[in-house]
Design a binder for this molecule. Structure first.
Ligand SMILES: Cc1cc2nc3c(=O)[nH]c(=O)nc-3n(C[C@H](O)[C@H](O)[C@H](O)COP(=O)(O)O)c2cc1C
Length: 319
């Protein structure tokens, strides 16, 4: 058993990352029930909605789960923090902002804190502020990425060398080979988003899931660079529209409006791929089925074990 699995009280070192606007108790609970760590993404949801979903998760599973709070995105951070404290949520993941003001308050209640970072500097600051676990997310990932665009392959070993707390690799992981690669780089587990969208329990429009299955290795695009943002989307009519708007000089304010929660919901939940965007990572190209979460975790772990077995065999054969 590695340190991460022990700290989170889970069976497999597989975390479903928080997914703002599309999070739902069903997926969170399914991942935790299957032995991973499910996360409910607070996104821009109201504290009341988050409270209802936490209650639903608890009714569906007794296993640990997390709530992700994207600090700069969530308009009522303090109220959401109070909600997770009131409901004894076992794990909180903090992203998209400075986690320092919130960490001690959460830790005093025994909550395990994961901080999502995209650079060595952010990882060191999070460790110093009291984070228990670092989630290091590379530029392959779906959704909002760092302007530094560091890839998972290069980010993980550098963060592992810089901190002494467990590191989870995120961005570009979709199967057992990805877990093995992350472990080889020094991570203790993985966090996935795109792969979990293409599962039976994900509450998104079927056209989103189908778009992931249809994607090849070159079917994601990054929008927002022109206004200092990096957001990875699946290539759709709406994503192409955003790119052409950027070319004609879209302002930051207009970009934020065109990629806000209402456009995300139009794309991801309502399936209107010409009117709203859908987040997707570069790993979409390897995803070709829609299993249940339990089937996915079981197959990923067995594939991971096969890969590790092959590595050991190779080592022996060099003797
Ligand atoms: C639809 C969607 C919404 C996301 N929203 C959030 C969010 O609100 N907060 C966050 O920290 N990460 C968010 N992410 C990132 C995931 O938690 C995860 O770290 C990422 O998807 C991992 O990369 P992958 O897509 O290559 O697996 C989102 C990802 C997706 C697909």
């Amino acid at each position: 058993m590695n340190r991460l699995v022990g700290m989170l009280h889970i069976n497999y070192p597989i975390i479903q990352g928080g997914m703002g606007n599309i999070s739902h108790a069903l997926l969170t609970a399914a991942v935790s029930e299957a032995g991973g760590l499910g996360t409910f993404g607070a996104g821009t949801f109201s504290p009341e909605h988050i409270e209802d979903e936490i209650k639903k998760i608890k009714a569906l599973t007794n296993r640990p789960f997390a709530v992700n709070i994207p600090i700069r995105v969530q308009p009522n951070v303090d109220a959401v923090i109070e909600t997770v404290l009131r409901h004894n949520v076992p794990v909180v993941s903090l992203s998209a902002g400075n986690p320092k003001p919130f960490i001690q308050k959460l830790k005093e209640k025994g909550i395990t804190i994961m901080v999502v970072v995209a650079s060595v500097n952010q990882a060191c600051k999070a460790e110093l502020a009291g984070a228990d676990i670092i989630v290091a997310e590379g530029y392959e990932a779906a959704g909002i990425n760092s302007i530094h665009e560091t890839t998972t392959l290069t980010l993980i070993p550098q963060i592992v060398d810089a901190v002494s707390i467990p590191v989870v690799a995120a961005g570009g992981i979709g199967d057992g080979r990805g877990i093995a690669a992350a472990i080889c780089l020094g991570a203790q587990g993985v966090q996935m988003g795109t792969r979990f969208i293409a599962t039976k329990e994900a509450v998104v429009h079927d056209s989103y899931k189908k778009k992931i299955l249809d994607s090849t290795d070159i079917d994601t695009v990054v929008v927002g660079r022109g206004v200092g943002k990096v957001r990875r989307l699946l290539k759709t009519a709406y994503a192409e529209k955003l790119i052409s708007l950027e070319k004609s000089g879209l302002s930051l304010e207009e970009f934020e409006k065109k990629t806000d929660e209402s456009h995300h919901i139009l794309g991801a939940i309502e399936g209107k791929l010409d009117l709203g965007h859908i987040n997707g990572g570069q790993i979409a190209g390897v995803i070709s089925d829609i299993p249940s979460v339990e089937e996915l975790l079981t197959s990923m772990v067995s594939e991971y074990q096969n890969v590790i077995g092959r590595l050991q065999y190779k080592k022996e054969s060099y003797k």
